[in-house]
Design a protein around this ligand. Structure first.
Ligand SMILES: [Ca+2]
Length: 275
């Protein structure tokens, strides 16, 4: 992905984006520290095929979180705990799990760790919050305040949105591809080509990766997944691809597949989208 041109604080209303930080609901804090959450947006140098800038800032958030190691006495140089961001869109809740190597120790602190994670917002009402526990399913040790966001992030220009998740594999790396009829191939290797933009890539594990097809000309797009690197994973790797056309998920979506341990380097075609 090209380097971001500048960072815009989302406390400013930009275009159709209306951030409701003043209306945040602060929930009852749990005993102990409260996870900190701050948001920024990003603007890239990517362009639409007609030369207009792709407004990353109106759909991609960078969530900065600060959380507490749940067992700081055990291996103090490694993160101990389970942290995820819960994003709810129109009643649909998704958990974005942080991989251990996404967390770095806050300088000068014994037990506070921080991360930056990009999230892709959808049109309508969104809420997000950080949760921390010692391990999956354990009781919470802390959570952040709840942040509410609303806006229209897909209005007009984005006929197709694809996203890839692989929820059961820390570290393993998959790459989402969309390939048009002219053989333009959008992926982490070429994140802005033929009107297709990789909004968010992920090489840590879990995903999601998002590609938005911004080209409003009709065409055929092959949606594919490449198993890039197992990074030590020795078990099967299930994944799923969601495809939305004009803001509505296809009836057959999500498309699912399981890569075998020796499938590294292999590609799976999830679907061909005619738009
Ligand atoms: Ca990837």
């Amino acid at each position: 992905m090209k380097p971001f041109k500048r960072i815009v604080l989302l406390s400013v209303t930009v275009g159709l984006l209306q951030l409701l930080l003043p209306g945040c609901v602060v929930t009852e804090p749990l005993p102990g520290p409260v996870a900190e959450i701050t948001l920024t947006g990003s603007v890239s140098e990517s362009e639409y095929t007609d030369g207009a800038y792709v407004p990353f800032f109106d759909r991609v958030l960078v969530v900065h979180g600060v959380v507490t190691d749940t067992d700081p006495m055990n291996s103090p140089d490694d993160w101990d705990g389970y942290v995820y961001i819960e994003l709810t869109r129109l009643g649909d809740t998704a958990h974005y799990i942080l991989s251990t190597d996404e967390l770095t120790k806050v300088e000068g602190s014994e037990n506070r760790w921080e991360f930056d994670r990009k999230l892709r917002l959808h049109s309508g009402w969104n809420t997000l919050r950080i949760f921390v526990s010692a391990f999956p399913g354990d009781s919470l040790t802390e959570k952040s305040e709840l942040i509410n966001l609303t806006g229209d992030w897909t209005y007009g220009r984005e006929p197709v949105l694809c996203y890839l998740e692989w929820n059961d594999a820390d570290f393993a790396d998959l790459n989402l591809h969309t390939i048009d009829q002219y053989n333009n191939d959008c992926s982490a290797d070429d994140p802005n080509v033929g009107g297709m933009v990789l909004d968010i890539g992920d090489s840590h594990g879990y995903g999601p990766e998002y590609i938005t097809i911004t080209n409003d000309q009709t065409g055929t797009y092959s949606v594919e997944v490449n198993y890039v690197n197992a990074n030590g994973l020795t078990t099967a790797l299930p994944c799923q691809v969601h495809v939305l056309v004009n803001g509505t998920e296809l009836p057959q979506s999500p498309f699912t597949h399981t890569f075998a341990p020796d499938d590294v380097g292999e590609t799976w075609q999830a679907v061909e989208v005619n738009y």
